[in-house]
Design a binder for this molecule. Structure first.
Ligand code: G6P
Length: 490
C-alpha cells in the first residue's frame, strides 16, 4: 500500500485470476463460504485487501449468483469487506474447453515435468481464446481510467495481457506465471506457442518464481518470435512493447493472521492425533495439497513404505497423514491418481498395519486454512515432495506455523521453495532410497537441530513475505511508468 501511495498514486489495482478467493456454495438453505485450496489465492488475497482493489474471477460456486449485485459484484471478505470481487460466469462448455481442456490438460502438464502427456485440442484452444476475451471485456469494464494496474494471474490467461494492451494501451499489466516455464524444446510441443508468447508479451512485466523459469521463457521467445532481447536487463521488445521478465519468489503473509487464533502446538498435536485416530506418542508425518499428479504423493508413500520395510522398528511409531483436496476431478489423469493413491495407501496399511495402528490415513476432502494450520502444528515432519512446482506455499506455511521452532521440512529440489528454504532436508522425489533416508534423518533429528534449521527458515519467510513479492513488482512497474513519462516528454 505504501509503494502504491508513494510511487503510483491514484492507481486502481485490478487482479484477474481464474479461481475466486471466496466461493459461495449452497448448503441446504444456508450459504457456505469456502476459501479454495490454491497457493495463488492465499498469496493474492492479503495484497488485494491491502490495496482495496477489484478482483475479477470465474464465479463457480453454487450460491455465487445469489450474493452479487446487478453488476455481478460482491464486497469481501464478508466479516470485514475490504475489496470488490467481480464474478465472470462461464458456461459448462466454456469451462470444459478453457479450464479443464486447454489450461489443465494442455498447459499444466506442458509446464510441469511430471511426464503426463499434454493434450491439445483445437476446440479447447478456441474456448481458451474466447474466455480470455471475455475476461478482457470485464477488465475494461471495471477500469475506472485509462491507466489501471492489472495483475494477471497464471496460465489460464496467456492471451489476456495483449488483449488488454490493445484496449488500454497505457495500463500497467503485470502477469505472474505461478507454475514453472519449460525449456524451449518442451514448449515447442504446443501448437499455439507463438500466440501464447505474443499474448504474454502484451505485459509490462512477466514474472516467474525463479530465474531459471525466466531464462526458459526468454529462450522460448528467442526461438519462436522475431524480437529484441536485452539479456542483461531481462527485457524483451516485441511489436513496439517492452516487457521486463523478472523473478519474484511468491510468499505468504507474515505472520499468518489465523495463527493467533489457533490452539497452542501441544494442543494441536493432541487434537489432530485424536481426530485422525493416531496414538498419542506416534511420530506424525503430514502432506497437505490438492490431489494433483505434480505433487509427488505416491513417491512420498513409497518413502514411508521403504522406511517401514528397511527399519521395521518404526512400525507402530510413525504414521502419515495425507490431506488432499479434490481438484479437477473429472479429468482422467486426476481420477487415475486418486485410485492409485487409495490402492497404495491400502497396500501399505495391509502390510505394515497392526491392531490399533494404521500407518497411512488419506483424507481427500477440502480443509479450511485453520484446519490445515492445526495439522502443520501437529506434525513432526512435513513432506513437500513435488515432482515439479513453481514455488509451493505449503512449505512456507508449515514454517510460519511453527513458532515453537520444531518440526522438520522435507522439500523437493524441484519446488521453487527449495531455492530459499535451504535448511530443509532437500530431496529428489524420484530417488526412493534418498527419500527413505531423509525421512529417517527427519525422524531422528535432535530438537536442537530442528530448532536451528527452523529458526533460519522462519527468518527467510518473515523477510521475503508476500508484501515484498507484490512490492517489488509494483516498484518495477512504477519505474517503467516513470520511464514512459520521460520517453513521452522527449
Ligand atoms: C495452482 C495454480 C492456480 C490454481 C491452483 C488450484 O496453484 O497455479 O492457478 O488456482 O493450482 O487449482 P484449481 O484448478 O482448483 O484452481
Amino acid at each position: 500500500r505504501h509503494i502504491l501511495a508513494k510511487e503510483l498514486p491514484d492507481a486502481q489495482v485490478i487482479v484477474v485470476s481464474n479461481r475466486e478467493p471466496y466461493i459461495h456454495n449452497r448448503n441446504g438453505d444456508e450459504i457456505q463460504l469456502v476459501v479454495p485450496a490454491s497457493g495463488l489465492v492465499s498469496a493474492l488475497e492479503p495484497i488485494t485487501r491491502a490495496c482495496a482493489g477489484t478482483w475479477i474471477a470465474y464465479g463457480g460456486g453454487s450460491a455465487d449468483p445469489l450474493v452479487v449485485d446487478e453488476n455481478d459484484r460482491v464486497e469481501v471478505p464478508p466479516e470485514n469487506p475490504s475489496y470488490t470481487l467481480r464474478r465472470v460466469w462461464l458456461s459448462e462448455e466454456e469451462l470444459q474447453g478453457y479450464y479443464l481442456g486447454f489450461a489443465n490438460e494442455g498447459l499444466w502438464p506442458l509446464c510441469h515435468i511430471a511426464f503426463t502427456r499434454p493434450i491439445f485440442r483445437a476446440s479447447d484452444w478456441e474456448a481458451y481464446e474466447a474466455v480470455n476475451r471475455k475476461f478482457a471485456d470485464t477488465v475494461v469494464a471495471e477500469a475506472r481510467n485509462e491507466r489501471p494496474i492489472v495483475l494477471v494471474q497464471d496460465y489460464h490467461f496467456a492471451l489476456l495481457p495483449r488483449m488488454i494492451r490493445e484496449r488500454l494501451p497505457e495500463a500497467i499489466i503485470i502477469t505472474f506465471w505461478h507454475i514453472p516455464w519449460p525449456n524451449s524444446e518442451v514448449f515447442s510441443i504446443c501448437p499455439w506457442r507463438e500466440k501464447i508468447l505474443e499474448g504474454l508479451l502484451g505485459s509490462s512485466i512477466v514474472g516467474f518464481h525463479t530465474q531459471f523459469h525466466c531464462n526458459n521463457f526468454i529462450d522460448s521467445v528467442d526461438r519462436f518470435l522475431e524480437s529484441r532481447i536485452e539479456r542483461e536487463d531481462s527485457a524483451i521488445s516485441y511489436g513496439g512493447q517492452i516487457s521486463l521478465v523478472h523473478a519474484y519468489p511468491i510468499s505468504i503473509e507474515w505472520e499468518p493472521p489465523r495463527l493467533s487464533k489457533l490452539p497452542a502446538v501441544a494442543e494441536c498435536r493432541r487434537l489432530i492425533r485424536d481426530k485422525f485416530g493416531f496414538a498419542e506418542n506416534v511420530r506424525l508425518c503430514v502432506g497437505v495439497e490438492r490431489l494433483d499428479y505434480t505433487k509427488g504423493i505416491l513417491d512420498r508413500l513409497n518413502a514411508l513404505d521403504e522406511l517401514l520395510t528397511l527399519h521395521p522398528e518404526w512400525i507402530g511409531k510413525v504414521a502419515f497423514l495425507q490431506v488432499a483436496a479434490p481438484s479437477r476431478g473429472t479429468l482422467p489423469a486426476y481420477q487415475q491418481l486418486y485410485e492409485e493413491c487409495l490402492r497404495h495407501a491400502e497396500d501399505i496399511n495391509q502390510r505394515h498395519g497392526r491392531e490399533g495402528y494404521t500407518p497411512v490415513v488419506l483424507v481427500t476432502e477440502h480443509h479450511s486454512q485453520a484446519q490445515v494450520y492445526e495439522i502443520y502444528r501437529a506434525a513432526d515432519v512435513c513432506m513437500v515432495t513435488s515432482l515439479h512446482d513453481g514455488m509451493n506455499l505449503v512449505a512456507k506455511e508449515f514454517v510460519a506455523a511453527r513458532e515453537d521452532e520444531q518440526g522438520v521440512l522435507l522439500l523437493s529440489m524441484f519446488a521453487g521453495a527449495s531455492k530459499e528454504l535451504l535448511e530443509a532436508l532437500i530431496v529428489n522425489p524420484y530417488d526412493a532410497a534418498m527419500m527413505g533416508d531423509a525421512l529417517l534423518q527427519a525422524l531422528t533429528m535432535s530438537p536442537e537441530e530442528q530448532s536451528q534449521r527452523m529458526r533460519r527458515m522462519r527468518e527467510v519467510v518473515r523477510e521475503n513475505n508476500v508484501y515484498r513479492w507484490a512490492g517489488s513488482m509494483l516498484f518495477d512497474a512504477a519505474r517503467l511508468r516513470k520511464r514512459d513519462a520521460v520517453d513521452r516528454a522527449v
